[in-house]
Design a protein around this ligand. Sequence first.
Ligand code: DQA
Length: 151
Amino acid sequence: MTTAQKRIMVIHGPNLNLLGKREPDIYGHTTLEAIDAEIAEKAKQLNLSVTFFQSNHEGAIVDIIQATMDHENGLIINPAAYTHTSVAIRDALQMLTIPIIEVHLSNIYKREDFRHRSLTAAAATAQVAGFGARGYLLALEGLMHLLATSS
Ligand code: DQA
């Protein structure tokens, strides 16, 4: 008997499209394209279907979170700078009933004070921070665990 393939949405916030070039000493040399390819590979191994979305615009991120509501089984999101500022993204996340993993490449708690507060984390199921690009794969494993134990 085959189990239905679970669907995962991965959302990348502002400036993450420039990973690889952007402050590599903080965010690493891996491009977003390469990160997505690694996630896609791991998702395949875990028999998960994965969709990717990146935007530099808050409203576009709210729209995709709303669209995620009825169509996906889990969400991985790096809200990037909106982590620290966006009540709109937090409210959108709060509406979802699926597991949400918030990812940060850097350890935000080790950086400037304004990064220590995540407005969005309280709407997430769990957070991964400080593992660089690998954090997304850890998030995927964590999500898989949550999905396997929740139904
Ligand atoms: C980030 C941390 C945020 O503070 C920052 O604004 C980002 C990336 C991270 O992945 O470490 O853009 O979310």
